[in-house]
Design a protein around this ligand. Structure first.
Ligand SMILES: Cc1cc2nc3c(=O)[nH]c(=O)nc-3n(C[C@H](O)[C@H](O)[C@H](O)COP(=O)(O)O)c2cc1C
Length: 212
């Protein structure tokens, strides 16, 4: 099958993750299908000064051909149909509004519809949510979607690879999302263990684990 991924961009913070993820997919030759909510487009503008919802404005001329833009709320779009085959959908970033709407079974936007199709067709759906703290309703929705087969992947980068820049943090998170889709990448996300650091590693050296 031709490799395709669906990306839903909603109005949560984290546009840098979206653009980097799309770039890596496009560089692998994967067809990137993108839908954005009105607030998703607003966040592209607020955070990255992206003024047009086009492949070229998001990824530049070299990779633009890999991007298929879907008009917001065109329910006639291919990604709205269960017959459209793809490797998975990632909602990146996913707002609480969209998280809770999908959990409620609503399909009033193209992103919600494409996500509902993933659940009914048992296709991979990754929800890269961003909000903190979580409301009890967010938590219930996450639990419900998890039971329905979605992967809840909060935008919560780790620091154990010792990031030096914001790009490093973005790459860590994006690398973990690439892992979810099973795609190859060389981003620094793999912890190599620290059993050799006996002097600072109480669990490896047998030192007491509490200083008390
Ligand atoms: C600058 C800005 C940042 C926002 N960040 C978040 C966020 O991180 N998480 C979130 O759930 N909503 C956030 N919002 C609010 C959502 O955009 C808003 O709830 C909207 O209804 C989401 O609609 P959508 O799901 O159709 O994109 C933010 C709004 C703005 C203007």
């Amino acid at each position: 099958m031709h490799h395709r991924v669906v990306i839903g961009i909603t109005g949560a913070s984290g546009a840098a993750y979206t653009i980097r993820f799309m770039e890596l997919l496009a560089r692998l030759g994967i067809e990137v299908h993108v839908a954005a909510s009105a607030m998703g487009r607003r966040l592209l503008f607020e955070e990255l000064d992206i003024r047009h919802f086009t492949g070229e404005a998001m990824l530049g001329p070299e990779l633009a051909d890999q991007v298929v833009i879907h008009t917001t709320n065109d329910f006639g779009a291919t990604i709205s149909s269960g017959s459209f085959q793809h490797d998975g959908m990632v909602i990146l970033p996913c707002s609480s509004n969209t998280l809770n709407s999908i959990a409620a079974g609503l399909t009033g936007t193209l992103i919600q519809r494409a996500a509902a199709v993933c659940l009914k067709e048992r296709r991979k759906l990754v929800i890269a949510h961003r909000e903190s703290p979580l409301s009890p309703i967010d938590i219930e929705s996450m639990s419900k979607l998890n039971r329905a087969g979605a992967i809840i992947a909060p935008l919560s980068p780790g620091f154990y690879m010792l990031p030096k820049t914001l790009d490093d943090l973005v790459d860590f998170m994006v690398g973990r999302l690439m892992d979810q889709l099973g795609y190859d990448h060389k981003l620094p996300v793999r912890w190599k263990g620290s059993a050799d650091k006996q002097d600072v590693n109480p669990t490896a050296s047998g030192l007491p684990q509490s200083d008390a």
